[in-house]
Ligand binder design. Sequence first.
Ligand SMILES: [Zn+2]
Length: 275
Amino acid sequence: MLAKIFSFIFGACIGSFLNVCIYRIPRNLSIIKPASFCPHCKKPIKWYDNIPILSFIFLAGHCRYCQKRISFRYPIVELITAFLVLFLYSRYGLGLIFFKFLFLFSLLVIVSFIDIEFHALPVYLCFLGILVGLVFALVDTLIVLREKLFFDQNLPLFISFKGLIFGLGFTYLFKLFGDIFLEFYLNLRGKESIEGEKESLGLGDVDFMGMIGTFLGVKCVVLTFFIAPFIALFYAFFALILKKSHIIPYLPYLSLATFISFLWGDKILSLVILK
Ligand SMILES: [Zn+2]
């Protein structure tokens, strides 16, 4: 029980760091220095005002100095990460798998919230993800090899590499066909397509799916790819009712779909594939 409470607090602290990344990475600022500051008045934040989740509540969501609003994103990211760490710790304990998935899902949180705010993503983030995913697979492979002492195609590095190639290839093919279809459709309606509107999927989505494949394998790529549009539709439906903007970045849906396929992938597959 104590360990679980500690993992939750640890998760909230990781979430606090992810907030720093979400704010600073797209603005090309260092994520290490300086210490946290208010985005409005730039005053450094004292440690007692920088306690994850709690400080936001004590300060009623306002900066102590300039009284400007602090974004709800801060406590939301901290809560998401806290529950994520609690879940990963309860399921896997403290080991290689724990850190592997902690890294992946932390990166998904960063990528999603940057995409929500900026509708764009620094390209190197998914490449970094792919690289780290391969390193985890390599370490995992070395551990397996020490026990098994022979090679076969179920080695983690092999599965990871297959996932990477499939994630990139599969999504890129869909992008190609999607682009051709979209151009055909726009021509048919006699619409001059504006640059940027001609893309069905961005190259960022392709890299993202490569990363998912590296960490979670081929099956998860397929599932994520087909679950994400349903979540997007679901959101679009409510956006329509609430008359909110329906211009939506896609990476949050892909991230959510990734988590769903990670949790219930096998269950969903057994429902879909009739035996
Ligand atoms: Zn301030």
